[in-house]
Design a protein around this ligand. Structure first.
Ligand code: SAM
Ligand code: 2KA
Ligand code: SF4
Ligand code: MG
Length: 210
């Protein structure tokens, strides 16, 4: 009986499978260098082979957690909250983000866009994936587009994705971590030839912070 109730609350976005929550420095994209509180939800079925947080994929291994508890922890650390995962849009982000906004916090999302956009956001980072392309209106709503570059074809994919975002969306190319030595020179050259793009690095990994 309790199990059904929890599943119902997760379904409604009132509980979320919480993998981790941590106060750190945003390492990627437009807000890199900014102190922020990260909420990492479990669950993702997109299946990027190079995903650097594969332990997030199985939602059942992460405890369903009441959003009230998540919100009260967050407000102790920062007014800038980054919700990531796993794929946060697997779940209804409405209740959590409304609760954070009610406390005057800024809500940022890291998403593949593979599920419909829910929630109230101050900043949407869209990192599209070939396996499961973005759906709905997330391209138009994205504040930044961050394409991970694992091989040369990803430059073509990046342009296809860039063609779908709004005019003010900031464009980033980010080397896939395991092949960064090979891809960084190609990214540098590409950005110099196509200056609408910027380079994003996973600076937290160089800083050795979470
Ligand atoms: C772990 S994902 C979670 C959020 C969401 N599922 C997504 O993919 O945007 C957070 C960010 O890390 C990026 N990322 C994941 N694995 C990476 C890797 N091995 N190298 C570089 N970036 C990576 C993703 O593209 C995304 O921008
Ligand atoms: N410091 C830090 N910055 C990040 N930006 C995006 C991250 C993510 O995993 O979503 C991340 C992360 O895991 N750590
Ligand atoms: S969508 Fe994000 S969390 Fe899911 S596999 Fe890809 S990088 Fe990992
Ligand atoms: Mg990360």
């Amino acid at each position: 009986m309790v199990e059904n109730n929890v599943m119902d609350l997760v379904e409604k976005g009132l509980m979320l499978p919480l993998m981790e929550e941590f106060y750190t420095i945003q390492g990627e994209g437009f807000h890199k260098g900014t102190a922020a509180y990260f909420i990492r939800v479990g669950g993702c079925d997109v299946g990027c082979h190079w995903c650097d947080v594969k332990e997030s994929w199985n939602a059942e291994t992460h405890p369903p957690t009441a959003i009230e508890s998540i919100i009260s922890n967050a407000e102790k650390y920062s007014d800038t909250i980054v919700i990531t995962g796993g794929e946060p849009l697997t779940w209804d982000m409405g209740p959590l983000t409304e609760g954070l906004k009610a406390k005057k916090m800024k809500t940022h999302i890291e998403t593949s866009g593979a599920y419909p956009l829910t929630g109230v956001w101050d900043w949407i980072c869209l990192s599209p994936k070939k396996n499961k392309l973005p759906v709905g209106d997330v391209h138009q709503k994205a504040d930044e587009l961050k394409v991970i570059v694992y091989n040369k074809h990803d430059f073509i994919f990046a342009e296809e994705q860039a063609a779908q975002v709004g005019g003010n969306c900031i464009l980033y190319l980010q080397p896939e971590w395991s092949v960064r030595d090979k891809m960084v020179p190609l990214i540098v050259d590409y950005v110099m030839q196509h200056p609408k793009w910027k380079v994003s690095l996973q600076t937290h990994k160089y800083l050795n912070i979470p």
